[in-house]
Design a protein around this ligand. Structure first.
Ligand SMILES: Nc1ncnc2c1ncn2[C@@H]1O[C@H](COP(=O)(O)OP(=O)(O)OP(=O)(O)O)[C@@H](O)[C@H]1O
Length: 206
């Protein structure tokens, strides 16, 4: 088992978002976290990523509490939040270099120009993302999925701003990751075109 969550309780202000939350995630599985705006999806993802503390409960990564992993836990997953985490003053190619440096690299690694091509950004390598559309920025942000060898992906509304082709591209990258024994936790307000016993759903009802 890769990730195990038990008795998780998170509050924000005086509001309890979820209580006694429990689930497990195995290699090859996708967990879709659903719920209305403000129900606590981002809060849950940040808690799983160790970016905020739970009020109670445990998050175990490979049987060990994430706190016990220390800084090493950050190398175990790819994080993509609402913010794209790209630098507007670096070119697209320089952004890929930065992403590559921050994550355990894939081996063999693809040439960065090829990664841009795969993401539908061919010819934009030397441009600055401040001149990109919102969907182009999201595609650049999602490039990190092709650069990292991390087994777990934690993605907050990864399809935001993507056009139909971008959503299909993301789903095919995700599907390949799962087939290769990776796992992912993601939020979405849209249907995800992946089905099967390896896809679990968690609906937050707060
Ligand atoms: N920085 C903060 N300080 C205080 N309360 C916050 C903060 N961020 C979020 N909240 C509250 O926590 C609750 C859950 O927010 P969260 O962002 O986790 O929801 P969400 O399900 O991801 O929403 P959305 O679908 O809109 O992205 C909301 O009621 C929100 O008001």
């Amino acid at each position: 088992m890769l990730l195990e969550v038990a008795g998780l309780h998170c509050t924000r202000g005086y509001r309890s978002l979820f209580r006694d939350l429990a689930f497990t995630l195995e290699a090859g599985q996708l967990l879709l976290v659903e719920g209305r705006n403000g129900s606590g999806k981002t809060t849950l993802l940040k808690t799983l990523a160790g970016l905020r503390e739970a009020d109670a409960g445990q998050v175990l990564w490979q049987q060990q509490p994430i706190a016990a992993w220390g800084a090493e836990y950050r190398q175990q997953f790819v994080w993509l939040g609402h913010s794209n985490g790209i630098k507007e003053d670096l070119t697209a190619l320089e952004n890929l270099q930065m992403m590559q440096a921050l994550s355990p690299p894939r081996s063999p690694s693809s040439p960065l120009k090829y990664v841009l091509e795969q993401m539908g950004l061919a010819g934009n390598g030397n441009r600055f993302p401040r001149h990109f559309s919102a969907g182009m920025k999201r595609r650049l942000a999602l490039s990190r999925l092709l650069l990292s060898s991390a087994k777990l992906w934690i993605l907050d509304e990864p399809q935001a701003a993507l056009d139909k082709a971008g959503i299909q591209l993301f789903e095919s990258i995700l599907s390949e990751h799962l087939q290769q024994g990776g796992s992912a936790i993601m939020t979405s307000h849209h249907d995800v075109g992946l089905q099967g016993s390896h896809v679990q759903r968690l609906v937050l009802a707060a």
